[in-house]
Design a protein around this ligand. Structure first.
Ligand code: SF4
Ligand code: SF4
Ligand code: FES
Length: 258
């Protein structure tokens, strides 16, 4: 059997235990991945006992409570707290999700929280999304008209054409899908991944855009597009209920029939 040896400093160790000090009768144990680039220490899992009586329902409320009342050094991203900005994506209980949408009441037992998987960690729960943003930029996610029409006149769209954007425009680029895709784990530097490909498709099918052919050319690449093997993890993990796998197969179909 093949044996893999991980480098010594990649082992996740047991961290600090923060005992409840409130005497609450409803305590949840929350295990959180911690890593600080400024300390030359291994990553560790800290455990916090959290009084969930005096806490909102969402996992993000628990994180805010820990940061405000127990350990201010806990680091994570968040902004809107309403599933709109996509910044609070993380792995909760083994699933990539938005912590502001996930209710901790749905989790029985301890809550385990990690950063989005298979990305470099910036600090604690903050994953490095710079490659994903570069890939997003590469598909040129803005309306393109040959004569810059959109700057001078209103470009109308029929109801039928507008409908084609449903299930696409709602994407908030949270990266839950891409970081649950095995093809993206192994080839994240070359394969665009489900989030960026869904966005690419959103512009390809926009009737107001005049660069469909050029857009298809940008993604028509063995590694950028065809690394998708229809495993469907992406669709299963999207917290907005979108279907990036379907968008990817629609791009493949367009390329095969155009
Ligand atoms: S498709 Fe869903 S999971 Fe993927 S980036 Fe968009 S909103 Fe997030
Ligand atoms: S369907 Fe494609 S993009 Fe989605 S998880 Fe599978 S390989 Fe990744
Ligand atoms: S904080 Fe904006 S989506 Fe969660």
């Amino acid at each position: 059997m093949v044996q893999f040896n991980l480098p010594e400093n990649s082992k996740v160790l047991k961290g600090n235990y923060f005992k409840d000090t409130t005497g609450s009768v409803n305590i949840k144990k929350v295990n959180i991945y911690r890593w600080d680039p400024d300390k030359s220490e291994n990553p560790k899992i800290d455990t916090f006992e959290v009084d969930v009586i005096n806490c909102g329902n969402k996992v993000l409320d628990i994180l805010n409570k820990i940061k405000n009342e127990i350990d201010p050094s806990l680091t994570y991203r968040r902004s809107c707290a309403h599933g709109v900005c996509g910044s609070c994506a993380m792995n909760v209980d083994g699933t990539n999700t938005l912590s502001c949408m996930k209710s901790h009441k749905d989790i029985s037992g301890d809550i385990n929280i990690y950063p989005l998987p298979h990305l470099k960690v910036v600090k604690d729960l903050v994953a490095d999304l710079s490659t994903l943003y570069r890939q997003y930029e590469s598909i040129e996610p803005w309306l393109k008209n040959k004569e810059n029409k959109s700057q001078t006149i209103e470009i109308n769209q029929s109801k039928e054409n507008r409908k084609k954007l449903d299930g696409l425009y709602e994407c908030i680029m949270c990266a839950c899908c891409s970081t649950s895709c095995p093809s993206y784990w192994w080839n994240g530097d070359k394969y665009l991944g489900p989030a960026v490909l869904l966005q690419a498709y959103r512009w390809i099918v926009d009737s107001r855009d005049e660069e469909r052919k050029e857009r298809l050319k940008i993604v028509a690449d063995k590694l950028k597009l065809y690394s998708c093997h229809t495993i469907m993890n992406c669709t299963n993990s999207c917290p907005k209920g979108l279907n990036p796998a379907k968008a990817i197969s629609s791009i493949k179909k367009m390329l095969a029939t155009n």
